[in-house]
Design a protein around this ligand. Structure first.
Ligand SMILES: Nc1ncnc2c1ncn2[C@@H]1O[C@H](COP(=O)(O)OP(=O)(O)OP(=O)(O)O)[C@@H](O)[C@H]1O
Ligand SMILES: [Mg+2]
Length: 322
């Protein structure tokens, strides 16, 4: 395994009495898409700011790409692209000029600037409006321009703080494609703060969930779902005439079930993933033949709500009666 590209050790930040980030221990590997989730005020943006050397920690330390963000901030930022929560663009200038100025700041070679700017304007669907003043852009266009700006110097690592906030589904998909391309094809690392759990599930190799400044869960979305979600529904296909016996077995053990109408499907509710083999053993032990076992895979949304002690809105399970 390669060296981690982010290491946070006891990283913390207070603002007066507020503990924004509390003893964060975290490593992120090269090439990972790492999702950073949590309620408003959980400490995500504060963490990103410390990892980029924009904000001084009050405790602990971090290394990013082998550098100390506080001591080597300017050097580090030549190798990272940072999309902040509220990116500032010069609204009096055109989109093209906004990018050209940053290309200069990021020391993109002069003879490469035009091609790079055109490439990004095209890639983010802004080419037609490139010579309009940014003040006249829509919110989504500004967000796309800010994203394009983070990529000007071809950074090897991206910090994206809610990159798809305010984007329409097509633009959000473009950002997702950009993230996938950047990581899977070029081996770049992405540290992604998002409130969009579908986005996180789709894109992230691992996620960390912050709550009141503390990291309360860390892992691959599927692993977290298997560990934390206890309200899984599992469908068992059995012979139609075996349904009453199967129900008797399960309910005799206090397991909540329902039966699909007209078919031999029994749905066990409130299950955990690790209990599935026990259900199979129980039914097989009672002489019931099982033709299929289908857990309704929990989502990252289920994980998020499980962590916060709440239930997500029930998904539609139309074929199941009561
Ligand atoms: N400059 C600051 N001065 C005072 N308090 C701050 C400052 N920046 C952040 N905080 C506080 O630190 C805590 C964490 O804020 P942070 O912006 O990191 O949260 P977040 O997880 O990014 O939230 P959101 O999802 O709303 O963007 C909050 O209580 C916030 O009020
Ligand atoms: Mg934030």
């Amino acid at each position: 395994m390669t060296d981690p590209v982010i290491v946070a050790s006891g990283l913390g930040r207070r603002f007066g009495e507020t503990v924004a980030v509390d003893q964060l221990e975290l490593t992120v590997q090269a090439g990972e898409v790492f999702g950073f989730l949590g309620h408003n005020g959980a400490g995500k943006t504060t963490t990103i700011r410390m990892l980029n050397g924009i904000l001084t920690p009050t405790n602990g330390s971090s290394r990013v790409l082998g550098l100390d963000p506080m001591a080597d901030g300017p050097h580090l930022r030549t190798r990272t692209g940072v999309l902040t929560e509220t990116p500032s663009l010069d609204e009096r200038l055109t989109g093209r000029d906004n990018l050209a100025i940053y290309a200069d700041l990021y020391r993109v070679p002069k003879d490469a600037v035009k091609a790079r700017v055109d490439e990004l304007l095209t890639g983010f669907d802004l080419y037609e409006r490139a010579d309009d003043k940014v003040g006249g852009y829509s919110k989504g266009m500004k967000q796309r321009l800010a994203l394009a700006r983070t990529l000007l110097h071809k950074p090897e690592m991206l910090f994206l703080d809610e990159p798809t906030a305010g984007l329409d589904p097509v633009a959000a998909r473009q950002v997702h494609d950009m993230i996938v391309q950047s990581t899977r094809q070029q081996g770049h690392t992405v540290f992604l703060c998002t409130h969009n759990l579908v986005e996180a599930q789709r894109l992230c190799d691992r996620v960390g969930v912050m709550e009141h400044g503390k990291l309360v869960a860390l892992g691959a979305p599927r692993d977290l779902a298997r560990q934390l979600v206890t309200n899984l529904t599992v469908d068992f296909e059995v012979d139609a005439e075996a349904v009453p016996a199967a129900l008797q077995e399960l309910e005799g053990k206090g397991i909540t079930t329902s039966v699909a109408q007209q078919t031999g499907t029994i749905s066990v509710r409130g299950a955990t993933h690790s209990a599935i083999p026990d259900f199979v053993n129980l039914l097989v032990g009672a002489g019931i033949r099982i033709y299929g076992v289908t857990p309704q895979e929990p989502t990252l949304e289920d994980v998020y709500f499980a962590l916060h002690g709440e239930q997500p809105v029930q998904r539609n399970s139309a074929e199941v009666i009561q």
